[in-house]
Structures are given as C-alpha cells and as structure tokens.
Write a protein that binds this ligand. Structure first.
Ligand SMILES: Cc1cc2nc3c(=O)[nH]c(=O)nc-3n(C[C@H](O)[C@H](O)[C@H](O)COP(=O)(O)OP(=O)(O)OC[C@H]3O[C@@H](n4cnc5c(N)ncnc54)[C@H](O)[C@@H]3O)c2cc1C
Length: 430
C-alpha cells in the first residue's frame, strides 16, 4: 500500500530553486515583452532575453524534464511536471523557459512517437532544443468540436499529398517552422478512421495564412497568433504523413490528452498567485476600523478560495499520477483529464473573481495582474475542446459502470431493502 501526498526532499529543493528563479528572473519578462507570440516566437526579442535563462535551466537538468532521456529530458513524468507547472504557470514565459510550452511539447511527443527518421532529424531535435516553433492545426472555420464536420482533404497523387481546404485558429502558424495538419484522407469511412496528420513545412506553395486572430481586444487586429489558413492544391511529399494513413485521431489523442493536463497544471499556478495576492491584500487593507481580513464575508471568500483551489489541485495531481501509473491515455485517465479540463474555467472564474473583488478598484485596473488573468479564462473553456464536450465524456464514462434497475423500483428502494435486512437481523428484535 503506498499513498502519499509528500514531495521528496531532493525534488522539493529543486522546486524551491524553480520558485525563486521564476519570481526573480522569469516574471519580469511578462512586464517587458507583451506581444501575443513573444514566449513562443523564435524571432521575437523575448527569445534573446530567454536564451541565457534557458541555458541555466538546461545546466540544472530541468529542461523539458518530463520527457524521457531519448528526447533530451529526465523522464520525470507528469506528477513532477505538475508540481513544476504550478510554479511556472505564474508567468506566461515560465513553460517556454523550461521547455514544456504548448503546443511545442505535445508536437514533439507525437513526432517522437510517430515521426520517420527523416522527420525526426529535421524537426524534432531543433524543436526539443527550443530553436524552432511548431503548430498543430485541426480546427476548421465551420467545425471545431465535431470532427465529423471536417472538410479539409488530402488526396494522393503519385508521391505527393495534395491538400485542399481551410483551417482555423491554428496557434503560432505564422512563426512555425512546420504545421501538423489534420486532414481527411478517406471520405468514405467515419472521420475517426478517415483522418490523417500531415506535416506541412513553412512556405509550402498553396498554403496561405488569410489572417491572424487574437484572443481578447487588447491586440491590434491582425497581430494575433491564431492563423486562418487556406490550402489550395498544396503539395507535400507522401512521406510527410505522420503515423498511419487514417490514424490521425490516434496520433492526436497522444498530444491532446497531455496538453489538457498541462493547461490545468499551469492554471493551478495562476490560482495560487491570485490567492497569494488576495491574502496579502486583506491583511494590509483596513476599512470600518478593522482589517479586511477580520470581516466575516472576506473570511468566507478566503475559505472558499482555499478549499476550491486545493480540491482542484489535488484532482490535477491525481490525474498526473494516473498518467504516470498507466503510461497511456486509457479510459480511466481520459475521464479524469476531461473532468479537470471541464473544471478549469469554473475554478478560475470563481477564485479570480473573489481575489479581484477584495482588491476594489485596483483589482480591476491595469495596475494588478487580475484583469489579464480574467481575460484568459474563456479561452480555457474552449481550447482543446469546449467544456460541454468534456462533461459529456465524463458523464458517459461514469455511466458505463451502471446498469438499469432490474424491476420497477430502484435497487436501493428502502422498503425492499428493509425487508431483506429484517430477514437477516430482525430476529434480534424479538
Ligand atoms: C486560444 C485558443 C487557441 C486555439 N488553438 C488551436 C490550435 O492551435 N489548433 C487547433 O486546431 N485549434 C485551436 N483552437 C480551437 C479550439 O480547439 C476550438 O475552439 C474548439 O475545439 C471548439 O471549436 P469551435 O471554436 O469551432 O466551436 P464550436 O464547435 O462551434 O462550439 C461552439 C459551442 O457550441 C457548444 N457545443 C459544441 N459541442 C457541443 C456538444 N456536444 N454539446 C453541447 N454543446 C456543445 C459549446 O458551448 C461550444 O463552446 C484554439 C482555440 C482557442 C480559443
């Protein structure tokens, strides 16, 4: 029997170092580099500022350390990554400095699993080294949640695939060296058997970015990082197929599962930061002759935040533990990933709102980080699939373990159960 909530002292020391390094060296980047692509774009001025920090992280053997040694990591797994991401999530730059940023880390994982030796040589190493950016493009303008509606097709012509169709919200497409594009390769079978992932290099003729959307109103229109892409007779070598023809969803599952957990881990970091700010404020600010901290309605907010954040955090770490245990995205793991994915926007909405509220006007101003945190919440209910779809997954998986009652009344019908209990123990009443 092993069941523990403790972090071993050696790793705790590393976490302490990561915490100080994040606060002192990484968080200041957020205040200087505010462009929407800065943490990911290798040509951004932020990349130069990150380079020495990345070198320190590599020297400390903490770079992409969730990946196995064959991918240049330390094989730390998901629980340790979860504990690290709770700290890195405080900053937009944290994951990029530690080599675990989305979508590149997920793309590296599928390239490693499914890539040909040539694809790995050309793209995997530079991606793992943080020298290039990558894009995963699945959503289409007319369809996101329901892949059955996808229409972007690739047809085989000799030694090439010819891609036609459109993609939408392809994050980082404009500065990515390559895109992993989900395309329909067989229209005669259900989409889960008829879709494939094809690697398209930057600058391939026939691939045009029509525009770049941003999240929120603060970015100049057109300066966003989410590409609306059109493919017109875009030809790529047949070898650019990633995995099996028709196996696109098998490949996608490998990255989307991990990606969803990592969003949740980073959200714990955001929540902890909001909680720290909230607590500092209420023990600092006085009103009506006393500290805010002494008002019972404030205490209720503190208690609710504490409890909700702890529950969410433990659920995220439990899910990470399950992934480490099973080493695959089986049914049990997928259920928990869907559950925490669905829980994420709600816990952020509740807890950041309370933390912001106790700050009064400064909380909603541009002089504290709350409004930035607040503006990021809705995208977490959408990215990697909307909350509703994940709730459906949770409910369906839970209900698979239940059978209908055999008769008219439920199996827990009290009169029936009591009659059975009386048969067993009733004689003691005589
Ligand atoms: C910041 C950000 C980054 C993204 N990055 C990428 C990327 O890099 N690559 C990529 O391919 N995609 C990306 N996406 C797209 C994302 O995957 C889609 O937005 C998501 O899958 C939903 O698709 P949709 O936007 O077409 O919404 P729709 O599918 O139109 O859904 C709209 C709404 O309909 C409701 N709904 C949908 N299905 C159901 C259902 N079964 N039951 C009940 N209600 C339902 C929900 O309320 C949902 O929010 C990104 C999105 C965001 C916001």
């Amino acid at each position: 029997m092993s069941w523990s909530f403790e972090t071993d002292s050696e790793f705790q020391e590393q976490l302490n170092w990561i915490d100080t390094f994040t606060r002192e060296e990484i968080e200041p980047l957020d205040l200087v580099f505010r462009g929407p692509g800065d943490p990911w774009d290798p040509d951004s001025p932020a990349a130069k500022a990150m380079a020495p920090l990345r070198a320190i992280v590599k020297e400390k053997r903490l770079w992409a350390c969730h990946l196995g040694p064959e991918l240049g990591g330390e094989g730390y797994g998901q629980v340790k990554l979860g504990l690290m991401n709770e700290i890195l999530g405080r900053s937009r730059f944290g994951p990029s400095v530690f080599g675990c940023q989305a979508p590149d880390s997920g793309n590296a994982e599928i390239l490693a699993h499914f890539g040909t030796p040539l694809q790995k040589e050309k793209y995997l190493q530079p991606l793992l080294d943080g020298k290039i950016a990558s894009c995963y493009s699945m959503t289409e303008p007319q369809a996101g949640s329901d892949p059955a509606e996808f229409t972007c097709v690739a047809t085989r012509d000799g030694d090439e695939w010819v891609i036609n169709g459109e993609k939408w919200f392809a994050s980082h497409a404009r500065f990515s060296e390559f895109l992993l594009v989900m395309v329909v390769t067989d229209t005669e079978v259900p989409i889960h058997k008829g879709a494939s992932i094809i690697l398209v290099e930057k600058g391939t003729p026939g691939m045009d970015i029509l525009r770049n959307s941003a999240v929120g109103p603060y970015v100049e229109q057109g300066d966003g990082v989410h590409g609306y892409i059109r493919f017109t007779d875009c030809r790529v070598p047949a070898d650019n197929l990633l995995g099996e023809e028709g196996g696109g969803f098998l490949v996608a599952q490998t990255r989307l599962g991990g990606g969803r957990v990592h969003h949740a881990m980073r959200s714990v970091g955001v929540l902890k930061r909001a909680m720290d700010m909230m607590c500092e404020r209420v023990v600092s600010r006085t009103t009506k002759g006393g500290l805010l901290a002494d008002k019972q309605l404030t205490q209720e907010k503190i208690a609710d935040n504490y409890t909700q954040i702890l529950q969410y955090r433990l659920h995220v770490l439990y899910t990470a533990w399950l992934i480490d245990k099973y080493k695959e995205y089986n049914r049990e793991v997928r259920k928990e990933i869907a559950a925490i994915k669905a829980a994420t926007p709600k816990v952020l909405q509740d807890c950041i709102y309370r933390a912001m509220q106790v700050h009064g006007s400064i909380g909603v101003s541009d002089e504290t980080p709350f409004m930035t945190m607040w503006a990021n919440i809705p995208e977490l209910g959408m990215v990697d699939g909307p909350t509703e779809v994940h709730k459906v997954t949770v409910a369906r998986t839970v209900l698979r373990d239940y059978q209908p009652a055999p008769g008219l009344f439920p199996t827990y019908h009290t009169p029936t159960e009591r009659a059975r209990a009386m048969e067993k123990y009733g004689h003691y009443l005589d």
